[in-house]
Design a protein around this ligand. Sequence first.
Ligand SMILES: Cc1ncc(C[n+]2csc(CCOP(=O)(O)OP(=O)(O)O)c2C)c(N)n1
Ligand SMILES: [Mg+2]
Length: 891
Amino acid sequence: MHQQLTQRSVDLDPRETAEWLEALDQIVEEAGSDRVNFLLDKLTERARDNGVIVPIRTTTDYINTITVDEEVPYPGDRALERRLKSLTRWNAMAMVSHQNKYDDGIGGHISTYSSLATLLEVGFNHFFRGSYGDQPGDLIYFQGHASPGVYARAFLEGRLTEEHLHNFRHELREGPGLSSYPHPWLMKDFWQFPTVSMGLGPINSIYQARFMRYLESRGMIPATPRKVWAFLGDGEMDEPESTGAIGVAVREKLDNLIFVINCNLQRLDGPVRGNGKVIQEYEGLFRGSGWNVIKCIWGGDWDRLLLKDTSGRLVQLMNECVDGDYQSFKARGGAYVRKEFFGRYPETAELVADMTDEEIGSLHRGGHDPLKVYNAYKAAVEHKGGPTVILAKTIKGYGLGQIEGRNATHQQKKLTEETIKYFRTRFEIPIPDDAARDSALYRPPDSSPEIAYLHERRRLLGGYLPVRKPAPSQTKAPGPEFLDEFRSGSKEPHPSSTMAFVRLLGKLMKIPEVGKRIVPIVPDEARTFGMESMFRTYGIYASAGQNYKPEDADVFLYYKEAKDGQVLEEGITEGGSMAEFTAAGTAYANYGVDMIPFYIYYSMFGFQRVGDLIWAFADSRGKGFLLGGTAGRTTLNGEGLQHQDGHSLLLASTVPTLAAYDPCFAYEIAAIVRDGIRRMFENREDLFYYITVYNENYPQAAMPEGSEEGILKGIYLFSKSAIAKPKARVQLFGSGSIFTEAIKAQQILGEKYNVAADLWSVTSYNELRREALKVDRWNRLHPAEPAKVPYIQQALQGSEGPIIAASDYMKSVQDQIAPWLPGRYVALGTDGFGRSDDRAHLRAHFEVNAASIAGAALSKLSRDGKFDPKKAAKALVDLGIDPEKPDSATA
Ligand SMILES: Cc1ncc(C[n+]2csc(CCOP(=O)(O)OP(=O)(O)O)c2C)c(N)n1
Ligand SMILES: [Mg+2]
């Protein structure tokens, strides 16, 4: 294949070729591209009929996609822009180098930005819009490790001060600091998108572009030419998330999306594709998926050589060399390139006979040539009907002398004096030797032509970027009457908490002003959760509308797709759904509109599958509700080990801004959702919610008077035992579906053993622990003040006896509050792998059924000297518990 390709590049009969090409040009001109495609198809067909093997080619020669005669001249002041770029380069380098000199090992990256500088600067000077009239501007995902360059530009713009830059990676000192990478959590007025966990930028940006269309289609924002730009590393593209959703962008015709892949041919350890060509690989991948692919490989100084290349040998050579070669060419300089590259063929050696080694060594790559980059961007912005990817070839560590293109360049932080001097001379930074040695920052005065130019360009483009500017709240949370429907409990047939939630969501969607902001998101599980009626009522968002008659068209609740559909049916992609949830949950900041996403999914396929996307959501100050459906290790019967979730709550506890709840009853969910909307959207608090919902049907209880505060804080007394003269007293905690087992245990204990059991519904161990830790901390830091009492202890004030805390989650979830209940606490939970069986067997296996709860109560009472141990042992047997059965934790 390789041989075939290269042979094909050699033109055996240039005159004949010219005739064919001319004929083609004429048809392009006279009849347009449809006719050309028709003829090409016919030609291919005829060639195949004649026995010619026509390979399907998704790649083109290793040259620029945009030819010289297609280029427009550069519209900006090249000299001033070069100066600005050099200054940005300098300050980025100086900032990192300076910090590492004074704080050894503090880190930072120089070489990523040095490869990216032209790609960003052309964007800043000509493309990135800060606003569209009164609408927010373009959404830009910056390569995370290039943050020093973005800071350096903001410094030139006067948006960051010298103090900021001197506090790069010193966020905990006096004065404002700069975070290592883009983090909206740490720099909330600056960064919009956390991108440094490789692969999240690509998938999030695709769904951002899709969500932008959704908002436009639903009339939530006006349609603008706004773009989503994603700057990505070529190594980063290895992540499955990076390419996993590229088909979505084509299907959705996202011409508002531009990927720019910074192909510096290296990642952290070495070459991305030493034995191949990363640009060709991605060209094939993206073009094969239907993207508009623009390769920007060679700088303008190659044009002359390519023009002279009548033999086709130069293109052949370009095609032949692999990235490992190209990296060596850059790292080893001009003489080496003359010998090892051009020297391979007499024709190519001849092409550069009139050039010095130095000239050969400094032949540019496309990603470092502003004219080439400008033309690539222009073509991308003007492209209609689908997404564009620009594959720009660059040099890692560009301008850093000895470390240019070296395998170890990624980790370089401290530069030698010699490198700094070289850099200063190469980029003509007007600062004296000693200041250079000291990595001094440099900003010309505001009156200088370059700074004036910079401000003018940004003014024309509508403002500075990046900037994060949340709009004021537009949301009023539903009032207390929202709970009314759920206060009195359910009637037969009793619903599950999932059904109750779906009902609640429907109710919310009917409230004017709030309803239109709701974004239900499902990854092909709507029917699992009983949400299919929403398809018909609200429609499934489909950018193309519905161009077919649905199979179930004659049924009232048919599968309705619509351009203005409200439901986002993402298909089987938890990653994609999470990315969509992220776009929706940050719309308040990025588009200036409050959108309230509810993403409901199989709880098992949440945190452990897309945990990093959830982490990034938190970093983004995202707001919304995650609903872990089919929750619990024993409530989801039948499914087994890979479906039954007993730990998502524990994982949820690791996310600082996530309030996680494990409610049992409809009114609890209603209270949590109502308060959630109030806190997140009305009050603009930075948090989001995780709520488990189960698929077991049981009576939804009536709401106990005065329980709302406890529901939100994490615990409330559901019912006190009515036994008059009990032998002993215990407290039973229950969460989620397992609370129904605690209710049964209360009965068993009372009726069979005359033990009084008070019942507590624990909606959130996570929240209780957080509050208690906060109080403890305050007490620790204020030893001279009266100690405050954590809510969990306040709530349990005066309660008597041991506490048995059961849930459908691991014991560690319950154990979170054990430190505040010393000596009283027994946790029952679902440690261990799930099993395929029914609920009764599962709950017996994991020891979270009513019998196990009752047994645990008696056992603990006996240990406390409140119940005869022999009777307790007999009770266990009577309750059907085998004391010698295997431990589910290790079974
Ligand atoms: C998920 C993830 N894994 C690993 C890393 C560590 N890491 C940071 S940069 C980098 C190499 C990046 O290479 P590339 O994408 O080619 O970017 P370049 O710096 O070359 O522009 C790695 C592995 C990370 N940030 N995220
Ligand atoms: Mg790279």
